[in-house]
Design a protein around this ligand. Structure first.
Ligand SMILES: [Mg+2]
Length: 504
């Protein structure tokens, strides 16, 4: 044995001494985890794309909503003749969550479950009772594609619902006759104008730290992807000047090896016009980063050049110019329709959805773990009690058939009393269970959101929004930097799904 040769078994000692330095298993805080709907093998991904707003750039929702409301009210008063008193109303940001539907015909806002059943409904901020709800929304199938309905599916759109409800309450309290559909249109047009005429963006650009949260783990996350050989691209609907300001704020100066934010990305596309990007054939136009002026369109068959900026475009030309595509692309975005659904329906791109609300929802699930477990056991008891009630009812009927049939009348009478007695007991228990369930549901719901409950649930089902996340996002998580805790080669596996009959 030479001197340099280690003792037999020394390698085991070495491993043992190192084991305390390496944590066993991946322990990522629950609220920062990546959740998997469909298996995703990161080693099979070549290109990773990012949306900007609400994906790379996490907005301070409270400040941004305040600004949207201010700009919109300003336009409603000055350009559409609404009374100045609407400035004094209380606009409660909790009143809107993603996934709500506005019924422009009746001035109502509601939340649906995954089967399209309407759950909670508010008119202004008044909840509708069961009868009113049934009459309006349970007599025929709701067709959300009708212009009567508007779907609140982005965080940008939440203030619209908040204003709609508050202004309806205000105008109705004054005794005004409201054209609900027109009010909705006025709010929509005013907010669109505020976006278009740059009145909002100018203020955001001048005060970025008030509106956007800088995530110190974002740059290391992008760097980790790049170090593992992935190419990264930015595909945003925002225009070049706004993109440049926001991305500069988010990334410049974070890591010394990257001179500007643009060095993190191999391809930069602004004014992407999603969802049209996935369905139309607009050309790519090169943009001069210094002036924002057009440098002409990308020639057919040409490849994207690093450090250049493109605008517009479409998915087919993208895959040619990027030299990669199909299911080797992972696109990370926050918009269920423009980023997830369209990408999934028009291509085989893999998708990751960023849901800023997830962290708060998960904290509430943890907080109410015991109550939720109790709810489940009550649900099981409810099923048992219900089946016992039907059994006792049948039994009672059988006893009643014996009456006057030549049996001992006292005996039959005693059996009847006993069966009735049991039935009463069971009904009382059933009522108590139902009441306790209702109380727990109310308590848990109002902790999530006093008006709407959990975003991803409606009653005992997934909400329509929750179901769409399930249908169109391969994985979902609360922020892009959550990927930092995972290997860039990770095989994200979905939990095995069961149909009801498979559960034993
Ligand atoms: Mg976005």
């Amino acid at each position: 044995m030479s001197l340099s040769e280690p003792k037999p078994g020394a390698h085991l000692e070495l491993l043992k001494s190192l084991s305390s330095a390496v944590p066993k298993g991946l322990k990522v805080e629950r609220e920062r985890r990546i959740f998997v709907n469909r298996n995703l093998r990161m080693d099979e991904i070549d290109l990773i794309g990012f949306d900007m707003d609400y994906t790379l750039a996490l907005y301070n929702q409270k400040n941004l909503e305040g600004l949207s409301i201010k700009c919109t009210l300003d336009k409603l008063i000055k350009q559409r003749g609404y009374p100045e008193d609407i400035l004094k109303l209380k606009y409660d940001p909790l009143f809107a969550v993603r996934g709500l539907v506005v019924d422009r015909k009746h001035g109502n806002i509601f939340k649906m479950d995954r089967y399209g059943h309407v759950g909670r409904v508010f008119h202004g901020k008044r909840p509708l009772g069961k009868e009113e709800r049934h009459l309006l929304y349970r007599t025929e199938r709701i067709r959300l594609s009708l212009p009567r309905y508007a779907w609140i599916d982005t965080l940008f759109a939440l203030p619209e619902a908040v204003m709609y409800a508050a202004i309806i309450d205000f105008l109705e309290a004054r005794g005004d006759k409201i054209h609900y559909s027109q009010l909705w249109q006025d709010i929509r047009d005013s907010i669109d104008e505020a976006h278009r005429d740059e009145s909002m963006k100018r203020i955001i650009k001048a005060n970025l730290s008030d509106y956007i949260t800088r995530d110190p783990e974002l740059a290391p996350t992008l760097h980790k992807f790049r170090s593992s050989g992935r190419r990264l691209f930015l595909l945003t609907n925002s225009a070049w000047d706004y993109t440049e300001a926001v991305m500069h704020y988010l990334l410049d100066g974070s890591l010394p090896t990257y001179t500007t934010w643009r060095s993190y990305f191999d391809i930069i596309i602004v004014s992407g016009a999603k969802p049209g990007f996935f369905t139309e054939r607009k050309p790519f136009i090169e943009v001069d980063p210094a002036t924002g002026a057009s440098r002409g369109s990308l020639e057919e068959g040409a490849q994207f050049v690093r450090n250049r900026v493109y605008q517009g475009g479409n998915i087919q030309d993208f895959e040619t110019a990027a030299g990669a595509g199909k299911d080797r692309v992972l696109y990370i975005g926050d918009h269920i329709y423009g980023d997830m659904l369209r990408a999934k329906k028009s291509s085989v791109w893999r998708t990751a959805m960023i849901l800023q609300e997830l962290e708060l929802e998960i904290r509430q699930y943890e907080r109410f773990k015991d109550r939720l477990n109790r709810l489940e056991s009550l649900e099981r008891q409810l099923l048992r009690d219900e089946s016992d009630v039907s059994y006792q009812q049948l039994l009672l009927k059988e006893v009643q058939k014996l009456e006057g049939g030549g049996h001992d009348a006292d005996l039959v009478e005693a059996a009847k009393r006993e069966a009735k007695h049991r039935l009463d007991d069971l009904r009382a228990s059933l009522k108590a269970v139902a009441e306790e369930m209702e109380a727990i549901e109310g308590e848990v719901d109002s902790a999530f959101n006093p008006y709407w409950g959990a975003i991803f649930r409606e009653g005992a089902e997934n909400s329509r929004f929750g179901q769409q996340v399930d249908d169109y996002a391969c994985v979902y998580t609360s922020r892009v930097s959550n990927f930092l805790s995972y290997s860039p080669l990770r095989y994200f596996r979905s939990p095995r799904d069961h149909m009801p009959h498979e559960l034993v």
